[in-house]
Ligand binder design. Sequence first.
Ligand code: CDP
Length: 233
Amino acid sequence: MAYTKRFDGRGFEEIRKMSAEVGIISRAKGSARFQIGDTIAIAAVHGPRELHPRFLRKPDKGVLRCDYDMVSFSVSERKRPGSSRRSMEISHVTGKSIEPVLDLSKYPNTVIDVFITIPQANAGTRCAGICAASLALADAGIPMKDLVVAISVGKAGDKVVMDLTKEEEDHAEGATDIPVAMTPRNGEYTLLQLDGDISKDELKEALVLAKKGCDEIYTLMQKTLRDSFKEKK
Ligand code: CDP
């Protein structure tokens, strides 16, 4: 199917409108909100603190524990509260995508908890969650080699597109979703998933788009942190 005009009128390489802020939850050590289109992610960081039960402790390094959850009213069809296979998978890949920028050997026997909540979802929630988590960790003052930035790219109809919406995922024929996370400074991928079909050349094209998207988000995230540090001074 020729996909000539996007459902929301955006250009094929255009990202949805974004906004970000940090320090939104006073009781958390660090926190952030990241919004992309109608998708909103909130992240709160607690710790490093002693890990209980003791047998989970690692004497040589801290444990990063990510918990992703979508609230019941975040999607059009009420989501059943509590954990699911999907939320466990997303929590796991979120942790894996963030761990490379942390030096956990500094925090033996402790845990750093990152709680990610999605109050409103319209596709790309794991990527928004990773951006929010990364901002919240920086806000918590945890040393990081770089920020981890994430965007979903993919295919809708016959086009390689940036930042798919739920409508595109559901209604564009042969939609393919590719969540990507990277550390922009060294250009390394920390997450690459693929749901759907895509040719090798289209995948290459999609990854070029992901880099472009991540650079845009990186600029916003850096500005958000810089502005908040200025305010704290
Ligand atoms: O959100 P993300 O793209 O990272 O993950 P997904 O599992 O591919 O879900 C895609 C989208 O489906 C979500 O962003 C929600 O908008 C929607 N969804 C839903 O409507 N109900 C659910 N129980 C789960 C997801």
